[in-house]
Ligand binder design. Structure first.
Ligand SMILES: [Zn+2]
Length: 87
């Protein structure tokens, strides 16, 4: 019976939707250091010094060793820079 099959598929689909929509109860597991996205869809970057997430448009950029680092403030940038250049 085709109708039964369709209903079965629908039930599975709804169950799938339900489980996907269910909010994760385990809040502890987050990817540290990865790029996150803000509510506006803007990319958030992590300040390597104070570990604050800043929208990429507000962040201070510093390119070093082919990597781009982002900082929340000039203070953080200068601090990180002087620590990095000490060697
Ligand atoms: Zn900072």
């Amino acid at each position: 019976m085709t109708v039964k099959f369709v209903i079965l598929l629908l039930v599975f689909y709804l169950l799938f939707r339900f489980f996907k929509k269910a909010p994760p109860k385990l809040g502890g597991k987050q990817n540290r250091g990865s790029v996150q996205t803000s509510a506006k869809g803007e990319e958030l970057v992590e300040d390597p010094l104070c570990h604050t997430y800043v929208p990429i448009s507000n962040a201070l950029k510093w390119e070093v060793d082919g990597k781009t680092l982002y900082f929340c403030s000039r203070q953080c940038l200068e601090k990180y820079k002087s620590a990095h250049e000490k060697t």
